[in-house]
Design a protein around this ligand. Structure first.
Ligand code: PLP
Length: 428
């Protein structure tokens, strides 16, 4: 495949945009080469500026769970755009999507919409601090909750990819209120709580981690966090920005039957437009302005185009109970195929998967936390990434990212992908 025009466009972009991209994970810095510039996308495929067609396993980093340019979402956005694109005043649409989200997700009475997952997590922490009147939070190494200051402490995703899990610019004052724990290690969390008695407002966790590759919670981990939170007056925040409306209608709370106190959303909830949200029981949400003292706001929050896209997406997921089963089956098929061909080619690997989130780690040991994820063989990953790209398959340009499977993928696409992995892994 030729990426001539993409390379030219990247050179132009670099002159006026730092690193040529508006979000670091889009750059190919970790794998070498220059990013692909997209012209359009439909269903499971991306079409780039050089005329190549790529099977897409990133899906805008998660939102496009039903494929690109999903007709009901596009139609809803186009229809709304004719009626005005932003008012800064309430609309009926906001109540409709809020009511639907509240009906789909367990344990929430009220939801507030924002413009990104970052804003959702940042606001959830402020709300938890305002509610508990405590300052500290616990986060897990390798989990990513967006780029607000409190979370850029051993953060996952692009922050690890680019070697800056602790970003300059985050003050020591902010960093000291974020306590770090190991994912899947309850004893570690217990020790932190004991050492900071009555000071911890919240534990924030990706209930299925996706930003150090996919890492499932081990048996009892989420249950243990729930118990520790309940016993110590700490709020449990599930960051379901990746998992919400993807792993089940009601996200991980539904999938594993665990109750969180505050839940954060992003990605799928906006149908591909810039949307985030956070939700909780009324008792907690009523602390938010204008009802309560915890301030949170947004000029474009609840934007009509974004809400129209999100509503159409949630309606589609709510109306077809079989979608999540199909996603599970397609991803299990892909995982089994990858396992088969990598074994046949004597590659050392571990596949982690929950529902339609999957990742291939080039290491033999179980990948259960940041430390074990970081052990993966990056040189092999680079060959894997570029080999697949040449075969017309687009996975994230970083070993620390999860693949997001879309219902638009056919079994033929999956077979093409498995064959390509077979071919590429012969060259390792
Ligand atoms: N939380 C999680 C779990 C995420 O994966 C992400 C983004 O990848 C975020 C929060 C931040 O969301 P956004 O990029 O929309 O700000």
């Amino acid at each position: 495949m030729i990426y001539q025009r993409s390379s030219q466009l990247f050179a132009e972009a670099e002159k006026v945009i730092p690193g040529g991209v508006n979000s670091p994970v889009r750059a190919f810095k970790a794998v070498g080469g220059t990013p692909i510039f997209v012209k359009s996308a439909k269903g499971a495929y991306l079409y780039d500026e050089d005329g190549n067609r790529l099977i897409d396993y990133i899906n805008s980093w998660g939102p496009m769970v039903l494929g690109h340019a999903y007709a009901p979402v596009v139609d809803a956005v186009v229809a709304k755009a004719q009626l005005g694109t932003s008012f800064g005043m309430p609309t009926e649409l906001e109540t409709q999507i809020a009511a639907l989200a509240v009906s789909m997700v367990p344990n929430i009475d009220k939801i507030r919409f924002v413009n990104s997952g970052t804003e959702a997590c940042m606001s959830a922490i402020r709300l938890a601090r305002g509610y508990t009147k405590r300052d500290k939070i616990i986060k897990f190494a390798g989990c990513y909750h967006g780029h607000s200051d409190s979370f850029l402490i051993q953060a996952g995703s692009g922050a690890i990819t680019f070697g800056s899990p602790n970003s300059p610019g985050v003050t020591e004052g902010t960093a000291k209120d974020t306590l770090l724990a190991r994912y899947n290690d309850l004893d570690n969390v217990e020790t932190l709580i004991a050492a900071n008695k009555n000071e911890i407002a919240a534990i924030i966790v990706e209930p299925v981690a996706g930003n150090m590759g996919c890492i499932p919670p081990q048996n009892g981990f989420l249950e243990g966090l729930r118990q520790l939170c309940s016993d110590n007056g700490i709020l449990l925040i599930f960051d379901e920005v990746m998992t919400g409306f993807r792993l089940a209608k009601g996200g991980v709370q539904e999938l594993y039957g665990i109750q969180a106190d505050i839940v954060c959303f992003g990605k799928v909830i906006g149908g591909g437009l810039p949307v985030g949200a956070f939700a909780a029981r009324s008792e907690i949400m009523n602390h938010l302005a204008p009802l309560g003292p915890v301030y949170q706001a947004g000029t474009l929050s609840g934007n009509p185009l974004a809400m129209a896209a999100g509503l159409a997406m949630l309606q589609a997921l709510n109306n077809d109970a079989a979608i999540f089963q199909r996603l599970e089956e397609k991803t299990a098929y892909l995982a089994a195929g990858i396992d088969r061909v990598l074994k046949a080619n004597n590659v050392v690997f571990t596949i982690n998967r929950v529902g339609s989130m999957i990742s291939v780690h080039f290491d033999a040991d179980p990948v259960v936390d940041f430390q074990s994820a970081a052990k993966g063989d990056n040189a092999t990953f680079k060959k894997f990434f570029h080999g697949l790209l040449q075969e017309g398959i687009y996975i994230a340009p970083s070993a620390y990212e999860t693949w997001f499977i879309t219902d638009a993928l056919t079994y033929e696409d999956l077979d093409v992908t498995i064959q390509a992995i077979d071919k590429v892994s012969k060259t390792f």
